[in-house]
Design a protein around this ligand. Structure first.
Ligand code: KG4
Ligand code: ZN
Length: 341
């Protein structure tokens, strides 16, 4: 007891997530996903996702309360993803959170989804040290955050200029004829291949780009390079070595992500790196980050995968930090912002 009990609601993409956090303790994390409905379209359909959130929201809230044996009246504050994300899905979560805030007469906090991906690690590995670097990588985002205080002082050092890391994997998966979402399939193939077989380009690493985009990422050129390479093989009547293509592509993505992240840690004197977002399941990234962090003397923290994919715990964790920091609640008129920085 002591710390306020915060209910967190996440609905920015295809997961309806509801969780309860007290301080840095997670009481329950309930998630409903509409991914199965999107898989047959080969991508997230916002309207389908919105409807799924609408149907799942109240049952998921009820499930979370039931599993934690908590009554609505015990909740001290409500946190909700205000952005970035899909505007329809965000609106469903925000409307539910506003209704609870009004009904229970408890404060509402709109929080940032990407920062939530970093915040959730405090529930797993404990309070952050003074400076933390966070690499948030998923199908929707690839961002490098300097976290001086998770509730009040987060600076985005860089982000992707085009595709997110998971999105690039999904596109390469489609190119290689793999089911959607392709990321995990490409990962599996890559583990059987030779990462040095093909030298694919590393985006934004040339000297002129380093000046302007030292901590930004770009994966769209890489994806095109993979497509060209595969086409050339097919045109020449040669077999496409799927394992080697996957491994060389995955190597290029992991190389750029880890090299830029570690350079940022060194530049900012940061000794702790948190990796979050659904793409942190990627084996090539995990292996390379572990190796390079060990070499650089950086403490690497990656939450278990269920807390890396979208969930309510990340929003409740960030909400709890914001409440504890004494930040003023959001007004009930708080808008959702699909492109929130
Ligand atoms: O966080 P998440 O569940 O949803 C988004 O907010 O995007 O991230 C899922 C993304 C998808 O693009 C998926 O293909 C990719 O992460 N992904 C992977 C792996 N597991 C998930 N990509 C590569 N290797 C994996 N093992
Ligand atoms: Zn996410």
């Amino acid at each position: 007891l002591g710390a306020p009990l915060v209910l967190g609601i996440e609905s920015s993409c295809d997961e309806t997530g509801v969780a309860l956090v007290r301080g840095r303790e997670l009481l329950v994390d309930a998630v409903a996903s509409s991914m199965d409905e999107h898989a047959r379209y080969g991508g997230i359909i916002p309207e389908v996702a919105s409807r799924a959130h609408l149907e799942a929201m109240i049952p998921t809230i009820q499930r979370a309360l039931g599993e934690a044996d908590v009554d609505l009246s015990q909740i001290d504050a409500i946190a909700v993803t205000a952005g970035p994300g899909l505007v329809g899905p965000l609106t469903i979560g925000a409307s539910a959170a506003k209704a609870l805030s009004i009904g229970l007469n408890k404060p509402l906090y709109g929080v940032n989804h990407v920062i939530g991906h970093a915040a959730v690690d405090e529930l797993v590995h404990g309070e952050f040290p003074e400076h933390v670097m966070a690499l948030v990588v998923s199908g929707g985002h690839s961002s490098l955050l300097l976290v001086d205080d998770i509730a009040t002082d987060v600076t985005e050092l860089g982000s992707t200029l085009d595709d997110a890391a998971g999105e690039a994997f999904d596109k390469v998966g489609r190119l290689l004829g793999l089911p959607y979402p392709g990321g995990p399939h490409v990962d599996r193939l890559a583990r059987e291949g030779d990462p040095t077989a093909i030298r694919f380009p590393r985006g934004l690493t040339a000297r002129k780009d380093q000046e302007k985009h030292a901590y930004d990422f770009s994966f769209s050129g890489l994806k095109t390079a993979v497509a060209r390479w595969v086409e050339a093989r097919v045109d020449s009547g040669l077999e496409v070595p799927l394992n080697d293509v996957a491994a060389s592509f995955a190597e290029a993505v992991a190389d750029v992500l880890t090299a830029k992240t570690i350079a940022a840690c060194q530049r900012h004197g940061v000794e702790t790196l948190v990796v979050g977002g659904g793409f942190s399941a990627n084996s090539q990234l995990r292996d390379m980050a572990a190796k390079r962090c060990a070499e650089a003397g950086i403490d690497l923290r990656i939450p278990p995968i269920r807390y890396c994919t979208d969930n309510g715990a990340m929003i409740a964790a960030l909400g709890s930090a914001v409440v504890r920091a004494g930040v003023a609640p959001s007004g009930l008129d708080i808008p959702v912002d699909s492109s929130m920085p």
